[in-house]
Design a protein around this ligand. Structure first.
Ligand SMILES: Cc1cc2nc3c(=O)[nH]c(=O)nc-3n(C[C@H](O)[C@H](O)[C@H](O)COP(=O)(O)O)c2cc1C
Length: 328
């Protein structure tokens, strides 16, 4: 342990950080105030207590706006958030606004507003309350629960995170023939083979249009802006297609998908139509692959690949994506 603190020397920020190293799920806890107002807040202090009887707990800051209402409420509901509910978490973590505005809710036990689309939901009756320093601890008896297969939203180190399952230790790699070889977990192999296998599913659509991979890459790049100068194409493709881009651009021009103007290159109508067809076919392939991978792993993969690009492709393709950049 690099940082030790005794209670007398507690640095509150360090204490918070140390607590934040405990990864948790994220919940929204809702109730209905005596005057009928729906209330709720984001809470990660939720935990299970007992299976029989079924008990759960969470704690509420003494200075929370909803404190009085929760303290006197008989019923409340815990919603365990899924990985796609970060916005909802943010909304319920803000004080003072109408957190339920525009939300599709249903009414639960004791008139408690229930949110839809969560990973799990526990409808509870307050069993006991304990003062715990600057928080009030609620223990609730679970009267009814529901759950979905959604991947959970995670909170760790003050930030939202994804959770994915690990393969059991000692499990054989998917490609058993690679076991023990350097390819088994060599990033270049994993990326390369994934790319080829993924692209193999898109290629039949390209062939229908008479295009190869590089021409598709340039064609989809040309959809990013009404016109790209030769300099912009060269810069955007640097380290990716380099010189081969010239052949790809010529191929698109020959096929009538792009035209050369004094200012640069632009798509023709038929090029734009082909691009729309191909991009939607590629998106459909992506959806199928990601569905098999699962939502959580899909989100993790995209986040991680974006970070990897930040490492291996520092300049990135910003020149093509950035709206205001003028290059060339
Ligand atoms: C991830 C996360 C976890 C939180 N956990 C708790 C918690 O367990 N207890 C709590 O009182 N506040 C917690 N908060 C802060 C409340 O959501 C926040 O103070 C909210 O504005 C309180 O709402 P209210 O003032 O309308 O009652 C958390 C916030 C976030 C973003």
């Amino acid at each position: 342990m690099s940082n030790r603190s005794t209670p007398e020397s507690f640095d509150p920020m360090e204490f918070r950080k140390a607590l934040g190293s405990f990864a948790t799920g994220v919940t929204i806890i809702t109730t209905r105030a005596a005057d009928g107002t729906p209330l709720g807040l984001t809470a990660n202090s939720f935990n299970s207590v007992s299976l029989d009887p079924p008990l759960v707990l969470w704690s509420l800051a003494n200075n929370a706006g909803s404190f009085d209402a929760f303290r006197s409420a008989e019923h409340w509901a815990v919603h365990v958030l899924g990985s796609d509910q970060e916005d909802l978490s943010g909304r319920f973590a803000r004080r003072g606004e109408d957190k339920f505005s525009g939300l599709d809710t249903e009414e639960g036990l004791g008139g408690v507003p229930l949110l839809r689309g969560c990973a799990a939901r526990f409808e509870c009756r307050t069993a006991s309350q304990y003062q715990g320093g600057d928080h009030l601890i609620f223990i609730g008896e679970v009267l009814r629960f529901a759950r979905d297969e959604a991947a959970p939203l995670v909170f760790h180190g003050g930030k939202y995170a994804h959770a994915t399952r690990r393969d059991p230790p000692g499990q054989k790699p998917r490609s058993a023939h690679l076991a023990g070889s350097f390819g088994e977990d060599f990033l270049g192999y994993l990326l390369g083979r994934s790319h080829f296998r993924f692209f193999a599913q898109i290629r039949p659509f390209l062939e229908k249009e008479g295009l190869d991979d590089m021409e598709f890459y340039v064609l989809s790049t040309l959809t990013l802006r009404p016109l790209l100068t030769e300099g912009q194409i060269a810069e955007g493709m640097a380290g990716v297609l380099d010189e081969r881009r010239l052949r790809a651009v010529d191929g698109l021009v020959e096929r009538g998908f792009a035209r050369r103007t004094p200012e640069g290159f632009e798509l023709t109508d038929s090029g734009r139509e082909a691009a729309i067809r191909l991009i939607s076919a590629a998106k459909a392939v992506e959806s199928q692959v990601l569905e098999r991978l699962g939502t959580a792993d899909a989100a993790i993969l995209k986040t991680t690949l974006n970070r990897l690009l930040g490492v291996v492709d520092e300049r990135g393709a910003d020149v093509l994506w950035a709206k205001d950049t003028q290059v060339g």
